[in-house]
Design a protein around this ligand. Structure first.
Ligand code: CAA
Length: 387
């Protein structure tokens, strides 16, 4: 039985900041941000959006009456959840009128939890043929204004339907994964911005990739030449290039050129959105599938997921004939409608948050074009609605 990703969709805010503007404001060479980091634009997430609203805005593109009742597992992967107890998935369940008879939970392990959810969904469907799962990976990446990590912020959500006979990617049962207690990036519960040991985190990412890749080759007998393309977790797009370069010398010369070309396709959207932690690998997969001109049904794709703290997983999937039909987001329209904000506007949006003492607050949602928005806080309850 083939099991895998049947549909994918993406949502983010309708505002962005340009990385050349940010470089000028921070007295940096634009080339460092554009090439050295590999980012051209960055989603700016207003206070009227959070992981719940972005998750719902992505998920509504893949849920309809044809699959609603079959979805009895909903997993929300995030490291920027809105409540220490209640899962973001339950809010989405109400907003989208999802199946009441569903297991509905949130999972956390830095940027890795979306992959954990996907793999658990695959195993669940293998045990319960005919069922479907909804996996949401949503985050807002925040390091702080004028920090080294600022150029690697961003935010958004990817939603995936996992099912039998998937339209997009059949997942092979070949995952290799590892975890170890490492303090490269973390966010204590009292903080709204991540703590990070930047260069160390990038080194650990590469080390984990190399280790799971070597195990993968050993266990499966596959080599780099068996892959049409790779998609990486992209905290910033240069990071994936560093990962790919680790293993590129193993490939034939013409294969190296092809893999580098496919990598460019896999980072087109991430360059313009920035980091969305749990969702970044899956935005990169959407980018690859949408922008590559050379993919064919039957191609083997390799995916590397990394979550600081740290956990890494490498797995492969086989591209399915109807994959384009499973991609539900119109990125042309998404980028077209985004509004470029100045550095001063971005900083004001960044500094605006819900009161942490639980005081009531009504937010002005008139400037937010998303379907689902956060309208404020009342009696310490977040007010979500469609508008
Ligand atoms: N033109 C072209 N390139 C230039 C340049 C110029 N004018 N000036 C500098 N560069 C290059 C540098 O040579 C360097 O390239 P290499 O990495 O290939 O050597 C690159 O630009 C970056 O320069 P620096 O290393 O000097 O940049 P920095 O010290 O300001 O920090 C960073 C970069 C560590 C990534 C920082 O942005 C950061 O801490 N980001 C957050 C942490 C992060 O994303 N870690 C990734 C792994 S952890 C993870 O994956 C989980 C997650 O999502 C967070």
């Amino acid at each position: 039985m083939l099991i895998g990703i049947d549909q994918m969709a993406f949502a983010t805010s309708d505002k962005y900041v340009d990385m050349v503007d940010l470089a000028h404001a921070r007295n940096q060479e634009p080339g460092k941000f554009l090439i050295g980091i590999g980012q051209t634009e960055q989603a700016v997430i207003p206070v009227t959006q959070d992981v719940v609203t972005m998750g719902a805005n992505a998920a509504e593109q893949v849920v309809d009456d044809s699959n609603r009742d079959a979805i009895d597992l909903v997993i929300f992967g995030t490291e920027s959840g809105v409540d220490n107890s209640k899962s973001a998935a339950i809010y989405v369940q109400r907003l989208l009128n999802l199946n009441r008879y569903a297991r509905t939970i949130e999972m956390k392990q830095a940027c890795y939890a979306g992959t954990a959810g996907l793999m658990m969904a695959r195993d669940y469907i293998a045990a319960h043929p005919g069922k479907k799962a909804l996996i949401i990976a949503a985050d807002i990446a925040r390091y702080g204004l004028e920090t080294a990590g600022e150029v690697t912020q961003g935010g958004g959500a990817v939603a995936m339907i996992v099912s039998e006979n998937p339209q997009i990617l059949a997942l092979n049962d070949d995952s290799q994964y590892m975890s170890a207690d490492i303090m490269d990036f973390w966010r204590p519960v009292y903080r709204t911005e991540a703590l990070v040991d930047g260069h160390y985190s990038a080194n650990i990412y590469e080390d984990f990739f190399k280790e799971v890749w070597d195990r993968y080759r050993e266990v499966t007998g596959n080599s780099i030449n068996d892959f049409k393309a790779f998609a990486f977790h992209l905290p910033f797009t240069k990071m994936g290039l560093k990962g790919l370069r680790e293993i590129l010398p193993e490939a034939d010369e013409s294969k190296q050129t092809d893999l580098l070309e496919e990598f460019e396709a896999s980072r087109v959207y991430n360059k313009r959105i920035g980091n969305l932690y749990t969702g970044s690998l899956y935005l990169s997969l959407i980018s690859l599938l949408s922008n590559s001109t050379d993919l064919q049904a039957g191609d083997r794709l390799g995916l590397f997921s990394y979550g600081s703290g740290a956990e890494g997983e490498f797995y492969s999937g086989i591209l399915q004939p109807n994959y384009k039909a499973g991609l539900k987001t119109d990125f042309g329209a998404l980028f077209e409608k985004r509004q470029r904000v100045s550095i001063a506007e971005y900083e004001a949006i960044f500094n605006k948050s819900l009161p942490i003492d639980g005081t009531d607050l009504e937010l002005d949602v008139s400037d937010d074009s998303a379907h689902f928005v956060l309208g404020g806080l009342q009696a310490e309850q977040r007010q979500y609605f469609a508008h």
